[in-house]
Write a protein that binds this ligand. Structure first.
Ligand code: TPP
Ligand code: MG
Length: 821
């Protein structure tokens, strides 16, 4: 059914004007006395706020001393890694987390130590002793707890505070007893049981990831909100804008089903300290005069944007109290411009050359801890001595934690082997979790695509004539993908899919045809043209426990989502020491006929990045089985598909089984056996290599074994080596540009593993190191059956009577390379 969002000329052409409502700036007028009088806060609350701010200050000063002086309170230590301190920003951090529950999840930045501690301390306060004990005993097999247990404490709460403090410090010092086994470090540390989710070294990186977390909470009905703690300078980042839009898409109000209406439950908390590193956002690098104004007009509520005095924790608490009601009413997202000031440098080496001493002194005069302390004392809630006792106790904890964390016997380093072990979980789900009542719109058997496929031959070969059947008659590559994906939609309630044109358009290449009639919007939707947000939100959705299948129409668009694919999707499993899972399948198609920006095979880019599984099936049978494995596993998979193969039917196996089945990722497949030459193909070159194999056999008597790689990472070389042992010769073919393509890595590996069995050099046939030319010239560019035969003749075994068309001499090749092609 066509969606009902009619574009009526008479309506849209009408003369009108748009009113954008005003955005409140520093409207909080309360005092500590008011908050206590109204019962919003108690005396204990006030002291806790003070304590938590002091605790953060102490932590950051400790790190500052270690970085600058090489020691803290007589404890020597050389910390090699980063330390982006937040001295002066404690009011914002503590105010933000004060009311948040453990199930509210913070995603942060390179400068998030304070936010981690604030959220952790807030969670500890709210969790029962039994729960805290369970968390500490089970987390990383109790390895963090065992260290802090060396010191005696008076209560479980005190133990948990030590756990948080030591776990974070040991993490920063790259110890295996850190909360992420030292694999994250200062800029990435997190601890999910307290609602502290990944902090991100990429400026603005948390915006779309947190939006994905909020998407999970909305779609799966999980409690709580997501918060993206990002800096003011992140407003210059495209993915941040994409995240703002994505979390507020019109369809949440217009098209999503009853019960799922409204924007995402997320607060974009801009920790606005007025600076990037040295560049000033307001007045220099950005166009806005007030950061909050960037939300103007983004939805009917201006995203409830407000500027808040983050120097005053009470103003921040007040804002979060009010905004949590907005989110609970389904009116998210919220943008908060939290004004704060970083008294410390950007990093310890920062000489603050970009700001005046006078400015820093002005902010020191309104130091948030001192201001709150004065109010506490003036209101008779505590004496100066009481406050000093809080500071002293905090200092003592810092010294204790530091002693434990610097000691290599107590806090050892992670081994290389341990890092290797957490790159992938390699988990495959034995049983899918099932679906709820309204997760699909009709029984699978009633789906029109399912019915159409039921009428097709499952073999691609006509049994009577032996000819190849077209996709009207037989199950095609795109049908096979559909079958696998729809099976998962009907057996896994956590699965959602989105991307550009995924719904009514049927997906860019009709893989999703028929899907719209079976799935509600919350499980399949059109995304904006926001490649970064498509992948980034999928990462956040997966981190929270969901499973996302997202699509970038063309592989060439990966550049728009470069950070999200290469730094986020690929890294968080390992940086979490295996605590997080990343069940994201990213579908990308390799085009042809559309020229230089729509026809590239970028498998090498993804295979190069540690942490991504990469597959590239070329047949319907393999596509169905590999997609099932990708959607069952808990590792991130980049799933390449060639536009040349979508309409192909099965020619190698007897049929594409109607039943669900899996093909393990990493296993190449021998598509044709032979004894004189092995050809290993990646993706759609399989078909041109098959044609070449047939010619080599019929015209030159050369028997060719054809192996389809199917996967790039991981990869089992055994079948290839076994083949080379037999043939002694290997040619590799791929549509990727030859220079730096993944088949080069495969060639090197085979040469290392099977050198003694090789009778000729390993040869690569890739695309030229050019731009992809127009459709009419593609045969000059991509490997063809002829160019494969020619490469065999030139480099492997002379073919009697063959006439080469090109100069294959070493001199010609060196000339090309010298010319950069
Ligand atoms: C995408 C990206 N670009 C550049 C950097 C280098 N860098 C690290 S922090 C920073 C300034 C960030 O400023 P802001 O977002 O306001 O956060 P703040 O440091 O003020 O807390 C820059 C440019 C980076 N880490 N990531
Ligand atoms: Mg900043």
């Amino acid at each position: 059914m066509v969606k009902q969002l009619m574009v009526v000329p008479e309506k849209v052409r009408r003369s009108d004007s748009v009113e954008i409502s005003s955005i409140p700036v520093n409207q909080y007028k309360g005092t500590l006395a008011d908050e206590i009088a109204t019962g919003n806060l108690s005396r204990d609350d006030a002291l806790k706020i003070y304590h938590d701010m002091v605790f953060i200050r102490g932590f950051e000063q400790m790190l500052g001393e270690i970085k600058k002086l090489g020691s803290f309170k007589g404890i020597p230590y050389d910390h090699k890694g980063p330390a982006h301190l937040s001295v002066g920003q404690e009011g914002a951090a503590v105010g933000e987390s004060f009311l948040l529950q453990p199930h509210d999840h913070l995603y942060g930045s390179h400068r998030s130590h304070g936010e981690i501690l604030a959220k952790g301390l807030s969670a500890i306060e709210k969790m029962a002793d039994g729960e805290l004990t369970r968390v500490m005993e089970s987390y990383l097999d109790g390895d963090v707890l065992r260290i802090v247990e060396r010191e005696s404490v008076e209560s479980i709460t005190e133990r948990a505070i030590d756990f948080l403090l030591y776990g974070l410090l040991a993490e920063i010092f790259a110890r295996r007893t850190g909360v992420n086994r030292g694999m994250g470090g200062s800029m990435h540390a997190f601890f999910t049981p307290f609602g502290v989710y990944p902090n991100n070294a990429l400026v603005g990186g948390s915006a779309d990831i947190a939006a994905g977390a909020a998407l999970y909470k909305k779609v799966q009905g999980a409690p709580g909100i997501a918060v993206a703690n990002i800096g003011d300078a992140s407003t210059g980042c495209g993915p941040v804008w994409e995240a703002l839009n994505f979390s507020s898409m019109g369809q949440f109000w217009t098209l999503w089903e009853e019960g799922f209406r409204g924007g995402l439950p997320i607060v974009f908390a801009f920790m606005n300290n007025f600076y990037g590193m040295g560049g000033q956002t307001q007045g220099e690098t950005m166009a806005f005069e007030r950061l909050a104004c960037l939300a103007s007009g983004l939805n009917r509520y201006n995203m409830h944007a407000e500027t808040i005095d983050g120097n005053n924790p009470l103003a921040v608490i007040d804002a979060f109290r009010r905004k949590s009601q907005v989110l609970a009413a389904g009116e998210g997202p919220v943008v908060l411009d939290i004004l704060t000031y970083r008294q410390s440098g950007h990093s310890p080496s920062d000489a603050s050359a970009y700001r005046t001493r006078e400015e820093i002194d002005l902010w020191r005069e309104v130091d948030p801890i001192r201001e709150l302390g004065t109010e506490i004392v003036n209101n008779g809630l505590a004496s100066n001595e009481d406050l000093k006792a809080i500071r002293d106790a905090s200092d003592a904890k810092m010294v204790r934690a530091c002693r434990l964390a610097v000691d290599l016997d107590i806090s050892p380093r992670t081994t290389g082997n341990e890092i290797a072990q957490v790159m992938f979980s390699h988990e495959t789900e034995i049983a899918l979790p099932g679906i709820g009542e309204n997760d699909v719109l009709k029984p699978l058997a009633e789906n029109s695509r399912v019915k159409t496929i039921a009428g097709k031959s499952r073999s691609g070969i006509d049994p009577s004539s032996g000819t190849v059947l077209g996709e009207q008659k037989a199950v095609s590559f795109r049908d096979a993908l559909f079958e696998s994906i729809v099976h998962h939609f009907y057996h896994d309630r956590r699965l959602i899919a989105y991307g550009e044109e995924n719904r009514d358009w049927d997906g860019a290449f009709a893989v999703y045809r028929g899907m719209t009639e079976s799935l509600p919007y919350r499980r399949l939707f059109n995304s904006p043209i926001s490649e970064a947000a498509i992948v980034g939100t999928a990462v956040g959705y997966a981190i929270e426990g969901g499973r996302a299948l997202v699509e970038l129409m063309y592989c060439d668009f990966m550049g728009r989502a470069g950070d999200e694919i290469f730094n986020q999707m690929a890294k968080w499993q390992a940086m979490s020491a295996g605590v997080l899972r990343m069940p994201v399948v990213l579908r990308v198609s390799v085009g042809s006929k559309y020229g230089a920006q729509h026809s590239q095979d970028w498998t090498a880019l993804t295979a190069h990045i540690p942490g991504l599984k990469v597959v590239f099936p070329a047949t319907p049978y393999d596509a169905k089985g590999l997609m099932a494995s990708a959607l069952s596993g808990n590792d991130p998979v980049v799933f390449f598909e060639s536009q040349r193969t979508y309409g192909l039917t099965e020619q190698f196996k007897s049929e594409v089984p109607a039943e669900y089945y899996k093909i393990p990722i990493g296993t190449p497949d021998v598509k044709r056996s032979g004894s004189d030459l092995t050809i290993l193909t990646v993706g759609a070159t399989l078909y041109r290599a098959l044609e070449a194999a047939e010619r080599l056999e019929s015209e030159f008597g050369l028997s060719v074994e054809l192996i389809d790689a199917r996967s790039l990472v991981p990869f089992d070389y055994e079948p290839v080596i076994e083949s080379v042992r037999k043939t002694g010769r290997l040619l590799l073919a791929s549509d990727a540009c030859e220079r730096g393509s993944f088949v080069n890595t495969m060639a090197t590996t085979v040469q290392q593993l099977a050198f003694d069995h090789l009778d000729a050099p390993v040869v690569i046939v890739g695309a030229r190191n050019w731009i992809t030319p127009a459709a009419e010239l593609e045969d000059l560019f991509f490997p063809t059956a002829t160019s494969i035969v020619e490469a065999v003749h030139a480099h492997i075994v002379p073919l009697t009577g063959f006439q080469p068309t090109e100069d294959h001499t070493a001199a010609a090749r060196m000339r090309d390379i010298r010319d950069g092609v």
